[in-house]
Design a protein around this ligand. Structure first.
Ligand code: ATP
Ligand code: MG
Length: 574
């Protein structure tokens, strides 16, 4: 089946047009700077992932924001790996990040940078601060350093090594770099203010000694810069105008500004926004890694995971994620967004683009007794009744069919409009049928329906215009393709899985029914060669996506979302 769609470009359409009112406080700041000519009209952002895990939907918000702003104001956005922590980082993560950002529809041209590319420059910056008397080598152990740091209510104490001369500091720092001292025995610290009300300003560590092989610089270095020092300097080196980050860095901003001011280098501006939290899932990479390591999920790209690779395999489209990011906007206050909104954005997108097809998940045999044996008819079926440009396909129909088991009831309640003895239903795109007889197995369970069709109702309409309410999906037994269907639900059973009492683990909230695997499903023949990651609406079941790992045992389809849209209901209530 043709399931190719035109490639989705970057989020032009998702963004407010240049020149209209800014949609959030970050764009307000940018437009004010553009008015006053602060950076000569230049807008330059960056997305700075640490390659210590796969990207998740929270990162997608940041990606859409940074690349979206660059696109909107004809600026640039760099991809910068913040790789200053060699013990947790890996090239597997580097590669996945690149793939995910690209898949979301964004492009950084040749501006793929690494904080580790700047290790030489950062080292020079550090020496410059030492020469200015603004940094010193400290011999306190980590425990002592904690003791000296003070608390939120008590000022810290100055290190006894704080007044070393610039010459001595320079000599010791060079010897740190040369590998003369053991790991953790010394640090380089900024000399700021141990009495500051902001703990980040109490002589923070700039460099530590760590013998770890870095995935890019190998064993070139045995000292590594701390995040706060490396990040602002990297921003400055790249002449980033807006360094957009999440709220927990708000208290780090004075330090960010202090380094750039003391070094007298390009002043990037840090702006904080609220990170994305979603109901029924978690965002911390550390915890996601724990799910992977403990085998609670099949990997980072398990369709249950909130990772971009998991969402992709679940059947999310780049457009739906960008639309979601645009809908939630940017705020200054932390909150938790309903996952219903994310699912709503996906339905909205797939409703327009996914062909409607027929798949029977729990099959029950139907034999049309008055339909000739050995005959096959090809019936035309529109791929999307709302969009004729999506064309149609031919569906084979024959005497033996499969329908959904729960579309038949022997003793139906009132208002059951599906198949029951004596009732008439429509087989979608095909014929009207009734069910005069059933066949049971030894246990009395119905295993086959003996039905009759109205031969005059080809296409599904009665010749005399009589009213038939129920419409069932079906597949022809001789032509159906066996398939496996994975029904995914939410990863966690509670809306806020991060909220666990002291000592308890978030793991206890995992949803035991998050995945139901149905084998022995039967799908229409057009799905035999469904391309990996192609999207479908299985009539009456929801949206599904062909799993890229489909096997010789027949295709595997992952349910992206059921059809029912609870967001619409929530919105109506508001
Ligand atoms: P985590 O807390 O999940 O481990 P992180 O902040 O350590 O994530 P980074 O790789 O450092 O992950 O993040 C890269 C960028 O993405 C940063 O600018 C960070 O602020 C942003 N980001 C991370 N998580 C979120 C989120 N939930 N919502 C919005 N932006 C986020
Ligand atoms: Mg981080």
């Amino acid at each position: 089946m043709d399931n190719e769609h035109p490639p989705e470009g970057p989020a032009d359409g998702d963004e407010a047009a240049h020149g209209s009112r800014p949609t959030d406080f970050i764009r307000e700041i940018i437009e004010e700077d553009l008015r006053t000519g602060k950076h000569g009209g230049r807008v330059h952002t960056r997305f700075p992932p640490e390659p210590n895990g796969y990207l998740h939907i929270g990162h997608a918000k940041s990606i859409c924001l940074n690349f979206g702003i660059a696109g909107q104001y004809r600026g640039l956005c760099n991809l910068r790996y913040d790789d200053t922590n060699p013990s947790k980082e890996d090239v597997e993560y580097v590669d996945s990040i690149r793939e995910d950002v690209r898949w979301l529809g964004f492009d950084w041209d040749d501006r793929e940078f690494y904080a580790s590319d700047y290790f030489g420059r950062l080292y020079e910056f550090a020496e410059r601060l030492i020469e200015k008397g603004k940094a010193f080598v400290c011999d306190l152990t980590p425990e002592q350093m904690r003791e000296y740091r003070g608390t939120l209510t008590e000022p810290g104490r100055e290190s006894p090594y704080r007044e070393r001369s610039a010459e001595e500091n320079l000599d010791l720092f060079r010897r740190m770099r040369a590998g003369e001292f053991p790991d953790g025995s010394r640090t380089l610290r900024a000399k700021i203010d141990m009495a500051s009300g902001n703990i980040n300003m109490r002589d923070p560590v700039m460099y530590r000694i760590l013998r770890a092989t870095h995935h890019r610089t190998g064993d070139d270095w045995c000292i590594y810069p701390m995040y706060d020092f490396a990040h602002c300097c990297s921003d400055s080196i790249e002449k980033i105008t807006y360094s957009i980050c999440t709220l927990e860095f708000e208290d780090h901003r004075p330090l960010y500004d202090w380094y750039l001011e003391q070094l007298d280098i390009f002043r990037s501006r840090q702006i904080e926004f609220a990170r994305l939290n979603l109901t029924y899932t978690i965002m911390s990479k550390r915890r996601l890694l724990q799910l992977v390591n403990e085998g609670k999920v099949s990997g980072w790209d398990d369709p249950l995971m909130p990772t971009i690779s998991g969402l992709r395999r679940r059947g999310y489209t780049p457009g739906s994620i960008r639309a979601f990011a645009a809908r939630i906007g940017v705020a200054k206050k932390d909150n938790r967004v309903s996952i219903d909104l994310l699912e709503h954005c996906l339905r909205d997108d797939l409703n327009a683009r996914a062909p409607r097809v027929m798949a029977v998940l729990r099959p029950l045999k139907v034999v049309i007794e008055n339909y000739p044996e050995g005959r096959t008819e090809e019936l035309e079926a529109a791929n999307n009744p709302e969009d004729p440009s999506m064309g149609s396909r031919m569906l084979p129909f024959s005497r033996e069919l499969w329908i959904e088991k729960d579309d038949f009831m022997e003793d139906p309640p009132k208002k059951f409009f599906r198949l029951a003895p004596g009732s008439e239903v429509r087989l979608k795109h095909a014929y009207l049928i009734t069910c005069p007889d059933v066949i049971r197995d030894a246990g009395g369970e119905v295993v086959e329906l003996r039905c009759t069709c109205d031969p005059e109702s080809r296409g599904g309409e009665a010749p005399d215009g009589r009213r038939v309410r129920g419409t069932l999906h079906w597949v022809s037994a001789a032509h159906a393709v066996p398939a496996t269907v994975r029904l995914y639900d939410r990863l966690f059973a509670v809306p806020d899985p991060d909220d666990v009492p002291e000592g308890a683990s978030f793991m206890k909230h995992l949803n035991p029914d998050a995945l139901e695997i149905l084998t022995g499903c039967l799908v229409e023949p057009s799905l035999r060669e469904a391309p990996p990651l192609s999207h479908f609406q299985f009539l009456r079941h929801g949206y599904f996506c062909a799993d890229p790992g489909s096997t010789p045992g027949g295709p595997v389809f992952n349910r992206s979302v059921p059809l029912r849209d609870s967001w619409v209901k929530i919105r109506e209530k508001i």
